[in-house]
Design a protein around this ligand. Sequence first.
Ligand code: SAM
Length: 230
Amino acid sequence: MNRSFQSERDGMVERQLVARGIRDPHVLRAMRTVPRERFVDERMAPFAYDDSPLPIEAEQTISQPFMVAWMMEAAEVAPGDHVLEVGAGSGYASAVLAQVAATVHAIERHDLLTRVARERLDALAYTNIHLRTGDGTLGWPEAGPFDAILVAAAGPEVPAPLKEQLRLGGRLLMPLDIGGQGTQRLLKVVRHTPEDYEQQTLGSVAFVPLIGQHGWAEDEERAGVPASRF
Ligand code: SAM
């Protein structure tokens, strides 16, 4: 796969991000830089700049480019930030975050995905991403507190350990399942004081389930989650 995807990447940024209101120059630069085709199976590479999530190993998905950009902009990720990502999947969003943040700690529950993501990130020479397999609903307490926490899977509530690992002034972005029936809203939480968290709903989304101690139990994972989920 020697072909350069730069023109597809630039087109994706203009048509899918700028046209939909993404303005943060750090986010746009990062999205113009990270080769999404390197985070999917070679057979999926021709579709890497489609406006959609794509299937990856372990029946999971690489997030839609717009979703990565939207969450990162809403999380106000800035140079020097320490970021936690829950649900590393392919490693793509970790790479985008690592273009701007000082460090990214990323947790993925499927060890297969962690191993494949690590290979991809090593091949692209990322040195500021720390990746591990585990239950991301518990966060990464030894590495916190974090300026921003991005959760890429939908749970019933914001996991308490993640709220605790947010720095004062820190921002957490997460899709929340509300009222059953698969309805999800993207939630932004800002920690103002140790006890005072402000919550804001940003819009409707469709993510795979967050499975873990502070998410859904494994047997609650609903059968037949559409592959179109972010
Ligand atoms: N942002 C990723 C990317 O760019 O490839 C896509 C993430 S995918 C939509 C969501 C991921 O969350 C899946 O890989 C899933 O295995 C993972 N996940 C679900 N529950 C988790 C948990 N408790 N801890 C860590 N990862 C979890």
